[in-house]
Design a protein. Structure first.
Lengths: 313, 116
């Protein structure tokens, strides 16, 4: 049985569901906010299963897993915060135990995702494979940051792990943006937390690459057509940015396959830029990135390719 | 001490008012008539969602959501205008279907940096 592990709000998972329905392929979609209240777990030394209302999913019956957007166990309110945290921890331990015993085709394993999400690991791996990687500094030292800016000229700051900053009065999003040297001069320190600085790439376009199994789909995003999107194309509105399927050269394709495989991934979304002089420049690899909008705008058969990969077609 | 993050520009995430609801029997989100609601998330930032059309030939039920000001409206004419101008590309994005989408959605919230 193919199992999709995600949550109700995961709209990209809906695209795969429609593709599987079109093929009349059986699958189970687990909405992880139902765990542990509605999804019950049973584990022994010999077997394990999840009770899903009126049906049961045995670990041994799982043939493939799309590990998409699993959310933390949701413990119903009404208990003390400490006890709720404890119950969530116990629930997560049992959940992890169930999946560790699933011998199936994974896209991707949680362990591989976690390893690949490290920006320092990504950047060094890409460099080892011979890709162009912008000069990068991760530091919490203001002096080091100022020296980097002086040496590299225009420098951008980007999130090291997540650009989404939770707040009491609402969340905020940190997009990649140029750093004003005057801003650094006015600071006593950057903060106890480190920041990622990178030399600005003079790019003519961005490229979003989706690697699914051995297949590599590349999409050129005309990010320089809109000032808002020129540094970070996510700031632009999708309908304003022209998206176009392109073919990468063979060495770049091979490097991206090797990068993906090197992290033990069967799926990855990779961001590149087209540098006006150096060609393709590596920005990052996202082991669980979005892809549905690329299919919508370009017609790339990504849902179909993902279904093929999960079904080993 | 002021940390660097407080000096960098940040934006509120796009807050998508998801239409319809999750149907556990269909394993996906459906609208009030039981049709799949297929939205297209953009890259990365969690709640940021790009507009999209239904691949299954049902009316589009969402728009791309960008704008500096949060705008709530239940006025059909205003909503229709917003939807027509902001519905993203795809199979079902002609004006008539966008208008149909406005009726279906009821109240729509636009949030985020205003690009108009």
């Amino acid at each position: 049985m193919l199992v999709l592990v995600s949550n109700r709000e995961d709209l990209t998972a809906d695209w795969l569901v429609l593709e599987l329905e079109r093929r009349d392929e059986p699958f189970v979609r687990l909405c992880t906010e139902d765990y542990p209240s509605k999804i019950r777990i049973g584990w022994t030394l010999n077997d394990a299963a999840l009770e899903l209302g009126e049906s049961t999913l045995a670990a041994e019956d799982v043939t493939a897993v799309w590990w998409r957007r699993s959310v933390a166990p949701v413990i119903p309110a009404g208990r003390s915060p400490g006890e709720m945290a404890w119950a969530a921890g116990e629930s997560l331990a049992a959940w992890d135990g169930f999946w560790e015993g699933v011998n199936a085709h994974w896209v991707n394993t949680p362990g591989a995702n976690a390893k690949a999400e490290s920006k320092p690991a990504q950047l060094r791996a890409a460099k080892r494979l011979g890709m162009n990687v912008p000069a990068t500094l991760i530091t919490s030292s203001r002096a080091a940051a100022r020296s980097f800016v002086e040496a590299e000229g225009t420098v951008v700051c980007k999130a090291l792990r997540s650009g989404l900053i939770p707040g009491v009065n609402g969340d905020r999003v940190l997009y990649t943006q140029p750093v004003d040297p005057q801003m650094l001069a006015g600071l006593e320190e950057l903060g106890p937390e480190p920041y990622l600085f990178q030399a600005l790439v003079e790019k003519s376009a961005d490229v979003r690459v989706t690697v699914i199994g051995e297949r590599v789909f590349a999409c050129r995003i005309d990010s320089q057509s809109t000032p808002d999107a020129s540094v970070d194309w996510r700031r632009g509105s999708a309908e304003d940015l022209h998206h176009e399927s392109i073919e990468l050269d063979e060495p770049t394709t091979r490097r991206l396959r090797d990068l993906t495989a090197g992290f033990g991934l069967r799926f990855a979304a990779i961001d590149l830029a087209v540098d006006r002089e150096r060609g393709y420049v590596f920005f990052e690899i996202n082991p669980n990135g979005q892809w549905a909008w690329v299919e919508q705008l370009t017609g790339q058969p990504l849902a179909s390719a993902l279904a093929d990969e999960l079904l080993r077609r | 001490m002021t940390p660097l993050i407080d000096l960098l520009e940040t934006s509120p995430p796009v807050d998508l008012q998801l239409p319809g609801g999750y149907d556990p029997d269909r394993n996906l989100r459906v609208d009030g008539t039981g049709r799949p609601v297929v939205l297209v998330p953009g890259s990365g930032l969690g709640t940021q969602t790009r507009g999209g059309a239904d691949r299954d030939d049902a009316p589009p039920t969402v728009t791309s959501l960008t704008g500096t000001v949060t705008k709530n409206t239940s006025d059909r004419d205003e909503m229709t205008s917003l939807l027509v101008t902001k519905t993203a590309g795809g199979r079902d994005t002609d004006d008539d279907r966008a208008i149909a989408a406005s009726v279906l959605l009821g109240t729509v919230t636009f949030a985020g940096p205003d690009r108009d």
